[in-house]
Design a protein around this ligand. Structure first.
Ligand SMILES: C[S@@+](CC[C@H](N)C(=O)[O-])C[C@H]1O[C@@H](n2cnc3c(N)ncnc32)[C@H](O)[C@@H]1O
Length: 246
């Protein structure tokens, strides 16, 4: 999969290309991550990449021409890519959207700076706008890298078998269960006995029950949107009646 970022700060991408799961995915050639810098297309007298907003007021807007040419260059390098503008005004990112995006063979992300980009450029060049949350950051690089990281996890081969993205929070509408590692007793607290039992079916049921309980406690809104299976209803019911007797 090819992921391109149109950015004034291409060096920020090293956080993805040189560390962890995404770094390894790049090394193995499963994902190609590249950048195009509008500054390289700033052919005006002062090589500026920002411009004053019509109507006045504080803040600048990204200059149209360098950005347009940078997007054109990104399209040349990734011909079949959809273009995503990272914006606090975009659709909020969800795991479902991440999975859909991961089915593209290439994606181009546009990182805004200053007050953002000219509305006409959005209309002409952008397929969709995505937000990573209801707050404003200084630039679209971190948001784009958040999406890139999340998307990489769905590229076949990027995660090892035991790290399957399918088990993560939100994938089946629930939060993930708790995780434990050695030692068996830490700070006087033991690992739940069932995880030491070696009984795979008991462990599966315990994990599902804990997922349900954590979702109920931390994100009841997710449970409201989800139809529970009979097994899930039973496991949650068992937990709740246990709570009442305790
Ligand atoms: C300072 S922000 C501009 C905010 C814009 N004036 C507004 O209020 O909608 C600069 C750039 O950061 C990026 N950005 C900031 N917050 C974001 C968010 N929550 N999600 C996605 N991108 C964001 C966008 O690319 C934006 O163009």
């Amino acid at each position: 999969m090819q992921l391109m970022l149109v950015t004034l700060f291409p060096e920020m991408l090293s956080a993805l290309t040189q560390s962890g799961v995404t770094g390894r995915a790049c090394e193995l050639g499963l994902v190609q991550i590249g950048a195009v810098n509008p500054r390289d297309f700033a052919f005006n007298k002062h090589k500026s990449v920002d411009d004053r907003p019509y109507g006045g007021g504080p803040g600048m807007v990204m200059a149209i021409e360098p950005l347009r040419l940078a997007i054109a260059e990104a399209r040349k390098r990734a011909p079949n890519a959809s273009v995503v503008y990272m914006s606090p005004q975009g659709q909020p990112l969800t795991q479902t959207r991440v999975k859909d995006l991961a089915s593209n063979e290439a994606l181009i992300f546009v990182a805004g700076r200053y007050e953002g980009i000219d509305e006409r450029l959005i209309a002409a060049e952008v397929d969709e706008e995505i937000s990573i949350g209801d707050y404003v950051l200084s630039g679209g690089e971190l948001p784009a890298m958040v999406v890139m990281d999340a998307v990489c996890r769905w590229v076949p081969g990027v995660l090892g078998h035991d790290q399957s993205a399918e088990q993560d929070s939100f994938v089946n509408g629930l939060l993930d269960c708790e995780h434990y590692t050695r030692p068996e007793i830490h700070d006087g607290q033991s690992v739940p006995e069932v995880l030491l039992s070696g009984n795979h079916e008991r462990i599966r049921k315990w994990r599902l029950q804990r997922s349900l309980v954590r979702t109920l406690e931390r994100r009841p809104d997710l449970l409201e949107q989800r139809v529970l299976t009979q097994e899930e209803k039973t496991l949650l019911g068992e937990y709740l009646s246990q709570q009442q007797t305790d």
